[in-house]
Design a protein around this ligand. Sequence first.
Ligand SMILES: [Zn+2]
Length: 452
Amino acid sequence: MRILVLLLMSAQFMVVPLGVAHAQRSVPIVRDAEIEALVSEYARPILKAAGLSRSGIQIVLVNDPGFNAFVAGRRIFVNTGALMASETPNEIIGVIAHEAGHIAGGHQERLRQQLERAQTMAVVAALLGIGAGIAGAAANADGMAQAGAGLAIGGSEMARRGLLGYQRGEEMTADRSALTYLQATGQSAKGMLTTFERFASSMALAGVNVDPYQISHPMPRERIANLETLARQSPYFDRKDPAELQLRHDLMRAKIAAYTDGPSGAARLFRNDPRGMPALYGDAISTLLYGNPRTAIEKADRLIAAMPGNAYFHELRGDALIKANRAVEAADAYAKAIRLDKSRSGLLQVGYGQALLATGKPDLVRKAAAEMQAGLSREPEFANGYRYLAQAYGQIGDIASAELATAEGHYQAGQYQDAKIFAARAQMKFKRGSPGWLRAQDIIELKTPKRR
Ligand SMILES: [Zn+2]
C-alpha cells in the first residue's frame, strides 16, 4: 500500500527506488519539501543548543508506520509513523532532543565514524538488511572503504546491533541532555514524556505491538519518573507550541496519512475536525492520489483561497495539473510554490523542472534542465531527480550530460557499478578537463563529493 507513492511522477513525497537489480525492494526514504522543512525547523534550535549546528547533522525521513527515531552516523532518522503518531510538534521535538543527546554524548562513536561518509541510501539499505551488495561494492572505493567495509562485514547486522546497543547510562545522559536543550530553547519536555510514557505502558503489555523505538531506547518506569520530576521543574513545562506551528504539524500529519493510510487515512486521523484545514488538505491529497485530478485541482484551489501563502498548496496544485496533462499551468504553480518556500528546497525546484520537461516545448525543456541542475546542486542526494535531468538533457540532444546525470543518479543511489559504466560513457563525449569530464572522473574513482 505505501509503495504506491512510487507511481507519482512529482518530487512530492517520493519514495526512492533502489534500482533495477532490487526492483522489488525500495529504500523507503521519503523526500518531501514540506515535511523536511518542518522537521528541520524542529531540529535547528535543538541542534544549536546541543552545540551541533556545525556538525552537518542531517535529518532523514523513513517511510515506515512504526514509531521510531534513531541516530546513525551524523544522520537522525525519523519514521513517518512517529511524525503521524505525535499529536504536537513538542512530542517530536522531544524525541529529536533525546537523539541529539546521544550524538552530543558521543554514543556509538565507532559506528558513527564508519557511517560518516556512506551515501544516505546505502546506510538505510544496510540498516534494513536490503543493501549488502551495495555496501560491498563500495568496499574498494576511495574514502568509502571504511564505510563499505563496516557495512559489508556481517552486513546490516553489525550496524543494527550498534543502533540497538545503547547502554543504560547512555539513555540517562541523553535524557538529561534533552532536558537541557529544551530548557535552553524555552520549550517544554512534556512532549518527550508523553512519548516515553506511551512506550512504557505499551511495554507493559508484554511485547504486543512493540515499536522499534522502545527496543533501541529501553524505557524502564523509574527512568520516566525521574525524567518527569526534572521536567516539571522547568518554567516552560506548560508552554504550548505556537498555533501556527501546530497547524503546520497537523497539515504534515494529514499528508502522511493520505499517502500511507489509504484514501480515507487523513479523514480518519482528523475525524474530530472534518472541516479543518488538515482534513481538507488530506482530502485534496487523497483525491490527487486515488481520485480525479480535475477534482484535486478544485480542492487545491479552495485550499489556496484559504491560505494563499502556503507554498505546498501550490505544489499540490502543480502535481494535480501535471496529472491532468496541463504541464504549462503546472509549471506556473510550481514557480509560485518556489517563490513562497522559505526553506528554498531543491526538491521543489526539481519538481518545477519536471513540469517544464512535461511541456515538451524545446525552450522550456532547456529551462527544465537548468532548473533541475540547480535544484540538485542543493539536494545532491536526491537520486530520483537525476532521472528527469537525464531525460531533459536527452531531449535537447546533450547526450554527454544525460549520461553523466544517469551516472550521478546511480552513484547517489549507491549503485556504484552502474554509476561507473555511465560515467565512463559520458567521459568519452566530454572535452578532457571540462567540468563534466572531471565529475565523471570523480564518479569513476568513486570519490565522495563535497557536502553542502
Ligand atoms: Zn535513547
